[in-house]
Design a protein around this ligand. Structure first.
Ligand code: C2E
Ligand code: MG
Ligand code: MG
Length: 758
């Protein structure tokens, strides 16, 4: 099939539809999610960093306090060590009373140095003179001990009204200004930070009077690297060491300062890094969280991409379904119309001229009804394939409905080339099909509308093509018509007539005439056929061949048919023994209330149903088999008869004859007209008669005009006849007159007339 035909136009239409796309919203959504996740992660990092910093600050303060406390504790310890030798009775005796230098050297100096590791030991007498001095470095004699230890001496002697600068008293339980027995200070000694512990020597009673003249033992312990290492290891502050006072402040350090802010020593140590530890602990979780988020975002992206793809595929499918015919896959009416609009636009802009071909299949419904829908569908596939092979690559073939196709082609707009294309279409469609073992032949009519620069819009072009198709059908099947302006005029004329016809139906502008139907020998009128007549007030009589199609096309036939039925029943009521035949159009017969309407009219007019004969054509039954059969059975049940009109001109399907309970077959005028000249017409008449008789039906011949036809038909076995030979259609009064004096209307014996003529 013309796949290229379908696909070539598809992107254009698809482009024109701006379908809302899910994937357009996707980047924005992902950005939003990404931003939220990023903000959350940054928030978490900030919170952790802040808490780590805060922890660091807290721990730094704590560490500083611990160090200060440790040094103070050390001061207290040194003081106790000094006390352990100086605040004893032996010491009082040896230092204060005996001034036993040996004892002092052994039990104070050497003992304190060796046993407690103190660096300097000095013993002052009651007048602050150095009585004994020992320095680990052996330079005691070179030190101005009074100057270096003035703070301790002054405090113990009670010579101070304030704590001197440069010293920090430790062992705060005791007020350093109250001259007491002992004092421990942190101060600089020989330019080094040191603990200085001083103890007054004397018994309790000695010292109760004051320390002014008491000997004093002072010991110095440098705050050196060993002490700091010991403190550092105890406090778990690795690398605790003293640093230059001028070193920049900050980091993990503490300045041990006197009351006036003077720095005695600055210590530094390696950060324990609790905050860092927190960060180090938290960072893996954050990394995992970030990785998790990234994974999540990735998965969401993947999911969204899949979803978008699914939606896009769904959209494409929906778009395809919305724009294509489900049976044959061709573009549908919507697609066709959009394409037509763009072609019109192109032509207007100077592109090559184009044309629309409406292709209508004849008898397609018949195929569906008789052979089934699957065969009908297969036939549509075949037609699709054939049409697609005719057109060029960029032309479009569409299926507009059941048996309607349309083609847009740009192959010139002159009538010669248009007719040539139409010829190819008709030849292709009409060539026999072989489907599932069935040989199928269908006909087609083609309506053509050329698209030139004056074309207004798709609606107009479609209307033109439709009018041309209507004309093609009316002119006989298997032909093509090109739209011209005259068709428009004809259409307007038809519209006017439609209005007039409506008025005529409603205002008794129609009349019914009756044509006699006689027995085979022609000597007895057995029935009449009611035929509609319309005398137009302006244009005069309009033949049924003109106004019946208009009525059928506009739907007025329903009202017209009812009017005729009522009229015929009313006028025929008083014609004893005569069958009154009334034509019923397909539209009328297919209405669900048809049977009710007939019953009501019969009742209202009090007409004997047994004398009513409804004439229907085969087209009435097409596509309507079940309901048609039901309607017929219901009416037959009350006595109404049915005649199959114009037999031989339609599908002449045996199916209809067998399935439907017809009482009569009416051989169409066209066969009767030709029986003398065309041998096949005569053969057909014979065949129809034997068929009708075989199925138990009566056979009526229409259009019998002369004695030869009469003779032939009677010989052929026709039951009854109708035609000008036996009487033209006339008013009801004529039938009444004829009934009153039948002899006046009796035709001569056909045998005799024929003999006379020859
Ligand atoms: P039809 O039902 O086949 O009617 C027979 C037609 O043959 C009538 O044409 C009649 O005048 C014509 N006719 C009868 N004898 C002869 C003859 O010897 N020679 C020739 N050449 N013609 C003869 P009419 O009245 O013009 O009607 C034409 C068609 O219009 C009818 O064909 C019928 O199909 C339709 N028609 C007429 N009245 C009605 C109506 O009330 N309702 C419906 N639905 N259709 C109607
Ligand atoms: Mg008829
Ligand atoms: Mg007829």
């Amino acid at each position: 099939m013309g796949g290229s035909v379908v696909t070539s136009a598809q992107p254009r239409i698809a482009e024109e539809h701006k379908w809302p796309r899910w994937d357009q919203a996707r980047p924005n959504l992902v950005l939003l999610i990404g931003a939220i996740v990023a903000v959350a992660i940054v928030g978490v990092i900030l919170a952790v960093a802040t808490s780590a910093r805060r922890t660091d600050e807290v721990s730094l303060n704590r560490e500083r306090q611990l160090i200060q406390q440790a040094i103070a504790d050390r001061g207290v310890r040194v003081l106790r060590e000094v006390e352990s030798v100086a605040a004893t009775e032996q010491a009082t005796r040896a230092i204060r009373v005996d001034d036993d230098r040996q004892w002092i050297a052994r039990n104070v100096g050497n003992w304190l140095q060796a046993f407690f590791g103190l660096d300097v030991v000095v013993v002052f007498d009651g007048f602050d003179r150095v009585e004994y001095a020992l320095s680990r470095s052996g330079d005691a004699g070179a030190i101005d001990l009074n100057a270096q230890l003035a703070g301790s001496l002054d405090l113990l002697r009670g010579r101070r009204s304030a704590v001197p600068s440069g010293v920090i008293p430790v062992g705060a339980a005791q007020d350093p200004l109250k001259s007491g027995r002992r004092a421990a200070l942190i101060q600089r000694f020989m330019n080094r930070p040191a603990i200085v512990a001083a103890v007054a020597v004397g018994s309790d009673s000695d010292l109760a009077l004051g320390n002014e003249r008491a000997p004093i033992v002072i010991s110095v312990k440098y705050i050196d690297d060993d002490m700091l290492a010991e403190i550092g290891s105890r406090l778990q502050l690795p690398g605790l060491h003293s640093i230059d006072a001028a070193a920049p402040v900050g980091g993990r350090s503490v300045a041990i300062t006197d009351a006036r802010g003077g720095t005695i020593v600055r210590l530094a140590w390696k950060p324990a890094g609790r905050g860092g530890a927190i960060m180090a602990n938290v960072i893996p979780f954050i990394v995992v969280a970030i990785a998790g988020c990234a994974l999540l975002v990735g998965l969401v992206m993947l999911y969204m991409r899949r979803t978008a793809q699914t939606i896009a595929a769904g959209e494409t499918k929906l778009r395809h379904l919305a724009l294509h015919d489900p049976v044959c896959g061709l573009p549908n009416r919507i697609y066709f119309r959009e394409r037509l609009e763009s072609v019109i636009e192109e032509v207007r802009r100077g592109g090559p001229s184009a044309a629309v071909f409406y292709v209508d299949l004849d008898h397609f419904k018949d195929v569906n009804d008789t052979l089934g829908h699957h065969i009908g569908d297969e036939l549509i596939h075949n037609v699709t394939r054939r049409l697609s092979q005719i057109v060029r690559g960029d032309d479009l073939v569409a299926r507009l409905g059941g048996d309607e196709f349309a083609i847009i082609t740009t192959c010139g707009s002159d009538s010669y080339s248009l007719q040539a294309i139409a010829g190819r279409i008709i030849a292709a469609v009409c060539a026999p099909y072989s489907i599932n073992g069935h040989n199928i032949v269908i006909g087609t009519s083609v309506g053509i509308a050329a698209i030139d620069r004056r074309a207004r819009d798709a609606g107009d072009i479609l209307r033109y093509a439709d009018m041309a198709l209507y004309r093609a059908k009316n002119e006989g099947r298997n032909r093509a018509c090109i739209y011209d302006a005259a068709m428009d005029a004809a259409l307007s004329h038809r519209k006017l007539l439609e209005g007039d016809l409506l008025q005529a139906i409603r205002n008794e502008g129609l009349t019914a005439v009756y044509q006699p139907i006689v027995n085979a020998s022609g000597d007895k009128m057995v029935g009449v056929e009611a035929l509609a007549r319309w005398i137009h007030p302006v244009t005069g009589e309009i033949p049924p061949a003109d106004f019946i199609p208009i009525a059928e096309h506009s739907g007025l036939i329903v009202e017209l048919g009812q009017w005729m039925l009522r009229r015929a029943c009313l006028e025929g009521r008083t014609w004893p023994g005569l069958t009154v035949a009334v034509n019923v159009s397909p539209l009328q017969f297919r209405r669900s209330d048809f049977v009710d309407v007939v019953e009501r009219i019969l009742e209202e007019t009090d007409f004997d149903p047994g004398r009513l004969e409804l004439e229907i054509t085969e087209s009435t039954l097409i596509g309507n088999l079940e309901t048609a059969e039901l309607s017929m059975l219901r009416l037959k049940a009350i006595g109404v008869h049915f005649a199959l009109d114009d037999f031989g001109t339609g599908y002449s399907s045996l199916l209809y004859l067998r399935r439907f309970p017809f009482d009569k077959l009416k051989i169409d005028t066209s066969f009767v007209r030709n029986i003398e000249t065309a041998p096949d017409a005569a053969a057909i008449v014979h065949a129809i008669v034997s068929l009708g008789r075989g199925l138990g039906m009566r056979v009526t011949a229409e259009g019998v005009e002369n004695a030869e036809q009469h003779l032939f038909l009677r010989a052929a076995g026709v039951h009854s006849m109708q035609g000008f030979r036996f009487g033209r259609p006339g008013p009801a009064a004529a039938i009444v007159t004829r009934l009153a004096s039948p002899d006046n209307y009796r035709v001569g014996s056909p045998d005799r007339e024929v003999a006379l003529a020859s």
